[in-house]
Design a protein around this ligand. Structure first.
Ligand code: SF4
Ligand code: SF4
Ligand code: SF4
Ligand code: FES
Length: 973
């Protein structure tokens, strides 16, 4: 601790604290307009000046030394502060009562607290840019603090904006001066979140945040002029705006929740007015997975919640139509039909799918319903389509099927290897962390992928192995490491078993063989091995580019073996990171919505475990593993499954080979679908139960980092829709089971009593923005990273697990191209949710086929041409986009279509033999032109950010501001 005096009073400060941090922690107010705790000191505003040992310094950047004497209110400080504020207020017109930012405006707070009642405003000669669909920039109100630049350049690292200090006056510029809509801005909204004033505003907030902010702009301008004519004292105006600010508290409700889209698990407050109107999404520095960052979907894609397409009443099919029904009638019908089918064909004739967008509590009840009420293990979730192979590979080798550390551990490794993951588009906020460490701290990045996406462009080494040969590459790297004696011998000896068999299994993977099969140059394989050897920590992240192959489980196992070989488990800044797709796909599996595991990945065959559940649930548990989600389609077709209960999953669109899936659904005796929308699957249903949206309920999610976080209810359920947990409970009760949960916290209590990894989880410990990463001990101690002391096997040691190579689907003369598929940043899956936001559709209105210039030339195709893509299972029509992101005999189609261009008209249903995940990413196809384009407009609009170049720099380059002739220095250094 350090001793210091502030305004004559003695205090103790922490070692390394800045003056501002210290003053904030002791409730001593000084203004700090450009400072944000997540961004750190930016040093553009000079409003935080204090006297420090006799000198005027910036409090945000100055660390406290022993015996410091600080004065925050001396005459010199006041004079310097006034000068700083004169500059700020020259750039910003204070019309707070009429401003939508007067809710938590940091400038308003400073002006009010300091009692500043006049200003000399000099409007800048720049127009407002409102070209982006989501936010607007008003240069006249911009105080040039640079927070937005810092966030865009170095936090989310999208590298779009700068302050051009050479302009007179300076201005924030997008892509060196383009209109925002044509810049490389990916609309993540992080700059808008951090802007302390109303220079960057969400369009949804404009005119809505105050009682007087929605008035006609011309009237508004006149009022502003009248209220502040000349330079007269505007104290009364500020007083009114203070009162107005207080009144707005009853107008706007702020509710914390967790993003319903991807597995990054961003949390934020949602501001609403009039019950359901969403004004804005506001992440906070204390958001554990994301801080101030979001992506376009979380920040601007929540409109689905109020969509007119929402189902708001139970529906029962009559003939080929649905009619509205009461809950009582619908539940009675579901209960009696499921009971009849169970009695007639046995419990295993029913299949149940839990939703990965539902909460843990709901997924838990779905599997409890399957096991206790129906008596089957036929329960699964959408992890079957994506990350189950990763779970298999990790459970085999290290014991837990989850990320071994936090996203920060992934990013801070000396060497980050991304394999089969388009992280910047599928997990953008995690990508931001990786980009930040790579940019600012010189970490190495290797990208192994079929497409040259953003992370590949940034990589120190980017390679594209032949389709389906990643496992050979990984094993080749491992063998080279062993051949060079680079393995971590101590780690292998102390913390693993099975090394000798593993080593033997690698014998075939010589450099020559690996080079021949993968097509990757030997030197590059050696480089990766060498970089792994030289790095203190190595992290490997992978996603569906690995798992959606027949050998997904094997490749995931090989990745984990490689990490064990090099001692990259059990410490910070290293490890295995299978990046989870849906918001709660990790949690759905954790709480047991799996056909082969009980909650907490406890074994179905362990008698002690079974007994525990049987006692808790007062039933006999089915012993044999159930049928996986993807195998349920075959089970319907061969008569083993007669009824299904599907929650929040558009299985018709999600399963491979859509023709076959549709055929199967026509053969079901009874189908219940619980959803927000009339999905393609719901169209086959006998009963549709209206589910409420994630924003309309309480509960918890687990993100890809094993981080458990609470959702709070932002608004009431729409119409008669209900939370999944309430609906499942109604059916269970109608089937004779006296479930009696009155709040999700009671369900969590049951989960934590039965699943040891959740043992210490309580709602109190997750209050607000707090989170816990499982396993959580009884006392609440959680696990930001795993395996510090031991692996969860009886002997505490990890297992090397020799892998099998499975040949990928081969091309032939009829099907000469590999069709690759994946996500795009803007959309989520079948666009049920993101497709309800106009701005997102404007940026990406449709899917299209990407192919390389070389392939396009060979096929006589150009951007805009219409083509047929045909595989062994089906054909679709789409348009071509020629792009350098793909190469060779590979073409790419995004998964974002819910109709005729849906990828699964084409995919084949050959599966990973262990995890039962379809090999979605190795579909042989042929492409034929059906019509040449006339206007040849690209199917991806020209205002999509992918067309503009990034403009990187580090920070806001405040030194350039200080060099300007008009810069008025107020500090002493
Ligand atoms: S990418 Fe666009 S929205 Fe995101 S921080 Fe940069 S400029 Fe702002
Ligand atoms: S637009 Fe950027 S530079 Fe301007 S006030 Fe907002 S955060 Fe500061
Ligand atoms: S979609 Fe994913 S990255 Fe984007 S805001 Fe939501 S959780 Fe974060
Ligand atoms: S807060 Fe310190 S310079 Fe702006």
């Amino acid at each position: 601790m350090i001793t210091l005096k502030v305004n004559g009073v003695e205090y103790k400060a922490q070692e390394g604290q800045t003056i501002l941090q210290f003053l904030q922690s002791h409730g001593i107010y000084i203004p700090h307009v450009c400072y944000n705790s997540y961004l750190g000191p930016i040093r553009t505003c000079d409003t935080c000046v204090v006297e420090y040992n006799g000198k005027i310094v910036r409090a945000c950047e100055t660390k406290i030394q022993e015996n410091a004497i600080i004065n925050t209110e001396s005459e010199r400080v006041k004079e310097a502060r006034e000068k700083a504020f004169n500059v700020i207020l020259r750039n910003h017109d204070l019309y707070c009562t009429l401003c939508d930012n007067n809710v938590d405006c940091e400038l308003h707070e400073a002006v009010s607290k300091l009692g500043i009642y006049s200003q000399k405003f000099l409007p800048k000669p720049y127009d407002v840019d409102d070209s982006n669909p989501f936010y607007v920039y008003d240069p006249k109100q911009c105080i040039l603090c640079g927070r937005c630049v810092e966030a865009c350049q170095d936090i989310v690292v999208n590298e779009v904006i700068k302050i051009d200090w050479s302009l007179n006056p300076p201005r924030v510029v997008w892509s060196n001066g383009k209109p925002i809509d044509y810049s490389s801005c990916v609309s993540c909204g992080t700059c808008v979140t951090v802007c302390p004033v109303n220079a960057l505003m969400e369009k949804t907030l404009l005119g809505k945040a105050g009682y007087f902010t929605g008035i006609n702009p011309e009237v508004k301008e006149k009022l502003i002029e009248a209220a502040k004519a000349g330079e007269k004292n505007f104290a009364p105006f500020m007083l009114i705006s203070d009162i107005d600010k207080t009144l707005r508290k009853s107008l706007i409700k702020k509710t914390k929740t967790v993003c319903p889209f991807c597995g990054v698990g961003c949390s934020y407050e949602i501001w609403t007015r009039n019950e359901r109107e969403i004004l804005k999404v506001e992440p906070k520095p204390e958001s554990p997975a994301n801080g101030i960052a979001t992506c376009i979907k979380g920040k601007f894609g929540q409109n689905y919640v109020n969509s007119k397409d929402r189902i708001t009443k139970p529906l029962i099919k009559e003939g080929d139509h649905f009619r509205e029904a009461t809950w009582e009638e619908a539940i009675k019908l579901v209960a009696s039909k499921l009971t009849q089918i169970k009695e007639k064909y046995g419990p295993d004739s029913i299949g149940i799918i839990a939703s990965c967008t539902s909460t843990n509590e709901e997924a838990y009840l779905a599997q409890k319903f399957a096991r206790q009420v129906i008596g089957t293990n036929n329960i699964d979730n959408c992890a079957r389509y994506c990350q189950s192979p990763a779970t298999t590979g990790l459970i085999r080798t290290v014991g837990y099927g989850a990320d071994s550390g936090s996203a920060e551990d992934l990013a801070c490794a000396d060497l980050v290897i991304l394999i089969g993951t388009n992280t910047a588009e599928a997990h953008p906020v995690i990508a931001g962390k990786i980009k930040r460490w790579h940019k600012l701290y010189n970490k190495k990045l290797v990208v192994i992928d079929v497409r040259k996406h953003e992370m590949a462009e940034r990589a120190d080494l980017f390679i594209t192995p032949n389709v389906g040969t990643d496992i050979i590459l990984i094993n080749g790297i491992a063998k080279f490491i062993i051949d060079n004696n680079w393995e971590d011998k101590n780690f292998i000896r102390d913390r693993t078993v099975g090394f000798d068999d593993y080593k033997k299994s690698l014998e075939p993977f010589t450099l020559d063989y690996v080079e021949k099969v993968t097509g990757v140059d030997k030197e590059k394989i050696i480089t990766i091995a060498k970089w792994i050897h030289e790095s203190k920590g190595v992290s490997i992240a992978w996603a569906m580019g690995i798992t959606q192959h027949q050998d997904g489980s094997e490749t995931s196992t090989a990745i984990s073996n490689l990490l064990l070989l090099t001692g990259n488990y059990g410490k910070p800044c290293c490890g295995a990171f299978p990046l989870r797709g849906h918001a709660n796909v990790q949690g759905a599996g954790d709480v047991g919505a799996l056909y082969n595991f009980l909650p907490g990945y406890q074994s179905l065959s362990d008698e002690k475990v079974r007994k525990k559940f049987e006692e808790a649930w007062n039933c006999e548990l089915p012993k044999k593993p159930g049928i996986s989600s993807t195998d349920m389609v075959d089970a319907i077709l061969d008569g083993r499954i007669h009824a299904m209960y599907i929650m929040g999953e558009d299985k018709v669109l999600a399963d491979a080979d859509q023709t076959k899936t549709r055929d199967a659904f026509t053969k079901l005796d009874f189908l219940v679908v619980q959803d927000m929308f009339m999905t393609e699957t719901a169209k086959y249903a006998d009963v549709i139960l209206p589910a409420s949206a994630p924003l309309e309920k309480e509960g918890t999610y687990v993100n890809t980092e094993r981080r458990i976080q609470r959702l709070y209810k932002v608004m009431e359920p729409l119409g008669e829709s209900k939370s999944d947990w309430e609906i499942i409970q109604m059916i269970a009760r109608a089937m004779g089971y006296n479930w009696n949960y009155s709040h999700p916290s009671e369900i969590m209590k049951e989960i934590s009593s039965l699943a040891p990894i959740f043992e210490g989880v309580t709602y109190d410990r997750l209050e607000g923005f707090k989170s816990l990463q499982w396993p959580v001990k009884k006392d609440g101690t959680d696990s930001p990273y795993l395996y510090k002391d031991s692996f969860p096997f009886p002997d505490g040691k990890a297992r090397f697990y020799p892998t099998k190579v499975i040949e990928p689907q081969n091309l032939d003369e009829n099907y000469d191209l590999y069709l690759i598929n994946g996500r795009m940043l803007e959309h989520f899956h079948w666009m049920r949710m993101t497709g309800k936001t106009e701005g997102i559709k404007y940026k990406v209105p449709q899917t299209f086929l990407e192919m390389s210039p070389e392939l396009a030339e060979k096929k006589g195709l150009k951007t805009g041409d219409e083509v047929i893509i045909e595989s062994r299972s089906g054909r679709i029509k789409t348009k071509v986009l020629v792009s350098n992101r793909v190469s060779g005999n590979k073409v790419f189609l995004s998964i974002h279509d819910d109709k005729d261009m849906n990828i699964n008209w084409l995919t084949l249903d050959n599966k990973d033999p262990t995890a039962r995940t379809p090999a979605y990413k190795e579909t042989p196809v042929r492409v034929e032109k059906i019509e040449s384009c006339t206007t040849c407009e690209p199917p991806l609009p020209r205002w999509n950010p992918r067309y503009a170049e990034r403009t990187p720099q580090i920070g806001v380059k405040v030194e350039d501001k200080w060099k300007r002739k008009d810069y008025m220095k107020v500090i002493d250094q």
